[in-house]
Ligand binder design. Structure first.
Ligand SMILES: Cc1cc2nc3c(=O)[nH]c(=O)nc-3n(C[C@H](O)[C@H](O)[C@H](O)COP(=O)(O)OP(=O)(O)OC[C@H]3O[C@@H](n4cnc5c(N)ncnc54)[C@H](O)[C@@H]3O)c2cc1C
Length: 383
């Protein structure tokens, strides 16, 4: 426990030390080649699953560790030390984006078939919400699931799906009725070995290269009704609840990554000399570091405040949206300043700052854009 952050106990500290060692020894040395290969080995999921890193928040009876949310915060903060954002993103899709709804709403059978193997790392999970013609406007999705006897037939397409090229199942948002809007949307747990499913494209991206992003196609895919998660036509509301955890952990991760980037930039600028003195000693640089540290601290505090509410199961849509907005924008700003402080070397691949700059650009887009966050905040304010 520290006086500044009393929510972190000695146990959180022990976990932080052990997990940092794991990230630095088992992940970081390979990240350069994973970035080039544009994917990381599937064994990372199984290895992390075996060590209990993929189920910390889930109950012991499901194979998890039953730990409080602050362990998840530590996990996200330490993962960024692997040296890229792609691996953390792919792993957090598994732990914090595609699976929390299964714990919340799944039947025993669904938990055994999908959640438990995701916790052990035997199955890779993806979250399928975005479509070629519907991203921010989730209620505009067009993928359908039509009831046919004891089954549903799914038709449509999803895009930008993280882990999409190798997911064993997709937590899939579909339209189950003809009514436009929120009221006829449902969630299915969709096994990707279903006939009619295909990965139509692996997408090329600006950054987050270690993680795969794919376009998925569903052609007359027949799935049993038992794969419907929760109640039919309630999927939009379930997803909005699920988004809170996704946005919160993304905010925590963004600030941890920004802090690390700033610290490394300070090291670089303390060594690098111009006009006979270290770049860090120019007043403009010192003020920039002060400004970065202040914004990061503010973002982290906002995220911790939201995490505290989330951990205590207090409604925190406004606070989480504020954290996502502020941490996303701050992360882009810090990454850009850090690159500038590296001068020409910032533009080269030799230093991680260029990768951090590319990777950071996603944070104001993925999981809900900054504009969408402003919409939500203003609605919460009654504006
Ligand atoms: C690398 C990557 C990984 C991703 N992983 C996943 C994943 O695993 N699963 C998944 O389902 N999705 C995933 N996404 C998709 C992501 O969540 C969407 O890109 C995001 O929600 C934005 O949707 P869009 O791209 O369709 O943008 P659009 O909705 O087309 O938005 C375009 C622009 O219009 C703005 N805009 C939209 N509505 C409003 C409004 N009401 N007011 C003002 N401005 C508005 C947006 O902010 C944006 O600037 C991923 C995306 C990326 C890039």
């Amino acid at each position: 426990m520290t006086q500044k952050d009393p929510q972190f106990t000695e146990d959180h500290g022990i976990f932080r030390t052990a997990f940092r060692k794991y990230v630095e020894n088992e992940l970081a040395p390979h990240v350069d080649s994973w970035e080039k290969e544009k994917i990381f080995p599937r064994e990372v999921f199984t290895d992390m699953g075996q060590r209990g890193y993929l189920g910390m928040r889930y109950p012991v009876e499901l194979g998890g560790s039953g730990l409080d949310y602050w362990f998840t915060v530590v996990y996200a903060e330490e993962l960024v030390r692997c040296g890229c954002a792609g691996v953390p993103m792919a792993l957090m899709v598994q732990t914090d984006m595609a699976t929390p709804v299964i714990e919340d709403l799944g039947t025993e059978e669904q938990k055994q078939e999908f959640l438990m193997p995701a916790i052990t790392g035997e199955k890779v999970a993806a979250l399928g919400v975005s479509e070629p013609n519907a991203g921010s406007d989730v209620a505009g999705i067009q993928t359908t699931a039509r009831r046919d006897g004891d089954d549903y037939i799914i038709n449509g397409a999803k895009t930008f799906i993280t882990n999409g090229t190798r997911a064993d199942f997709v937590t899939l948002l579909v339209r189950t009725g003809d009514q436009p809007g929120y009221g006829s949307i449902s969630i299915f747990l969709f096994p990707t070995d279903t006939k009619g499913f295909s990965v139509s494209k692996k997408l090329e991206k600006i950054g987050n290269h270690s993680s795969d992003t794919a376009e998925l196609v569903f052609e007359d895919c027949r799935v049993p009704a038992r794969y419907l998660l929760g109640q039919e036509n309630m999927g939009f509301y379930y997803l909005m609840r699920n988004f809170q955890g996704e946005r919160l952990i993304g905010s925590v991760s963004a600030m941890a990554g920004s802090k690390l980037n700033m610290e490394r930039t300070l090291e670089y600028c303390s060594d690098r000399k111009a006009f006979g003195r270290p770049v860090s000693k120019f007043q403009t640089s010192r003020h920039l570091f002060a400004e970065m540290a202040t914004r990061i601290e503010a973002g982290q505090r906002l995220a911790y405040h939201a995490a505290d509410l989330y951990d205590r199961k207090i409604e925190a849509v406004k606070e989480i949206s504020m954290a996502k907005l502020y941490c996303g924008e701050t992360s882009c700003w810090v990454a850009d300043r850090c690159l500038q402080l590296h001068g020409g070397w910032g533009y080269m691949d030799e230093y991680q700052v260029s990768r951090a700059w590319r990777d950071s650009r996603l944070v104001t887009i993925g999981g809900g854009t900054s504009e969408v966050m402003r919409e939500i905040i203003s609605k919460c304010m009654g504006v």
